[in-house]
Design a protein around this ligand. Structure first.
Ligand code: AMP
Length: 285
């Protein structure tokens, strides 16, 4: 069945209030559209736990820098609605930017420290835009559960912190990264890659796998692991390292020696296209 499509806040709230009135649990999957199997996996996780699944499709201007790809970000809305219909989504919220940021809009959310490192260092203002829109979407949808991908690990960690700090009545679910057969993490931005770049883009996964194996065989030096990743990227045609970082999963602060829950994160440019990937490791001392 086709999902209900809403563009206004009031109509969205009304449909969700009705579902809650029928005793249904509301699951929410926020997206920027151009939906793929990664998004579908979040929708399936939501469907498994919730009787009423809401997907938002909103390319959020506030999380793009001035030189980033806001204008050319893919927006295949009809195809997205078909995927939502096939996955049993009840409601697609598809607002215009002026619905979310009307003239005179002033408020932003900051998650201090967590927003400044990793991708936040390369993309100033990005996570303020993310946290602000997700808080607004939570207030509009008022979900019982919300589903995010480990693909955007820093985003997931920062939003969990926001939910905790602001006492938001929503349960966060972080779902595993969905990959192509050759290991490339699915991303709406993969369509920007040329055939040649696409071939070499597996370097992120290969580097993460190499680092994971080194840790499994006893390597605990962050510098040694980062060097392995940097060398692999440097040896890949067309690839340019943005960062390779090994951080504590709670604080996102860099580690010298790996211990506890450790996030190994990579960002690599192919031309103007920036790809990210990561692996979360449980490191025994
Ligand atoms: P986006 O549309 O890129 O803003 O992503 C919407 C949600 O889908 C975010 O929670 C992402 O982390 C998640 N997501 C994107 N790609 C993947 C993937 N390959 N595997 C799992 N989740 C993903």
């Amino acid at each position: 069945m086709s999902p209900l499509i809403t563009t206004a806040v009031a109509a969205t709230r009304e449909a969700i209030a009705q579902a809650k009135g029928r005793g249904l649990r509301v699951g929410f999957v926020p997206t920027m559209g151009a939906l793929h199997e990664g998004h579908a996996s979040l929708i399936r996780a939501a469907r498994a736990e919730c009787g009423f699944v809401v997907v938002s499709i909103f390319v959020n201007p506030a999380q793009f820098g001035p030189t980033e790809d806001l204008a050319r970000y893919p927006r295949p809305f009809e195809k997205d609605v078909m995927l939502c219909a096939n996955e049993g989504v009840a409601l697609v919220f598809h607002p215009n930017p002026t619905v979310i940021y009307p003239p005179g809009y002033k408020t932003v959310v900051e998650v201090r420290e967590l927003q400044e490192v990793l991708c936040g260092a390369s993309r100033p203002g990005h996570f303020g835009g993310v946290a602000t829109v997700v808080l607004k979407l939570f207030n509009i949808v008022q979900p019982d559960l919300a589903y995010f991908g480990q693909k955007d690990a820093q985003q997931a960690r920062l939003l969990e912190q926001m939910v905790l700090d602001l006492n938001l009545p929503v349960t966060m679910r972080i779902c595993p990264i969905i990959r192509e057969e050759d290991g490339l993490a699915l991303s709406s931005r993969n369509v920007y890659l040329s055939a040649e770049e696409r071939k070499h883009a597996t370097v992120l996964y290969r580097a993460l796998e190499e680092m994971r194996q080194r840790v499994a065989s006893g390597e605990r030096s962050a510098a040694a692991l980062v060097r392995i990743a940097a060398d692999l990227v440097a040896g890949t045609p067309g690839a340019r390292l943005d960062y390779a970082s090994i951080v504590d999963w709670q604080t996102l602060r860099p580690l010298d020696v790996l211990s506890g829950q450790v996030l190994v994160a990579l960002a690599v440019y192919f031309g103007a296209t920036r790809l990210i990937d990561n692996v979360l490791l449980e490191v025994k001392d």
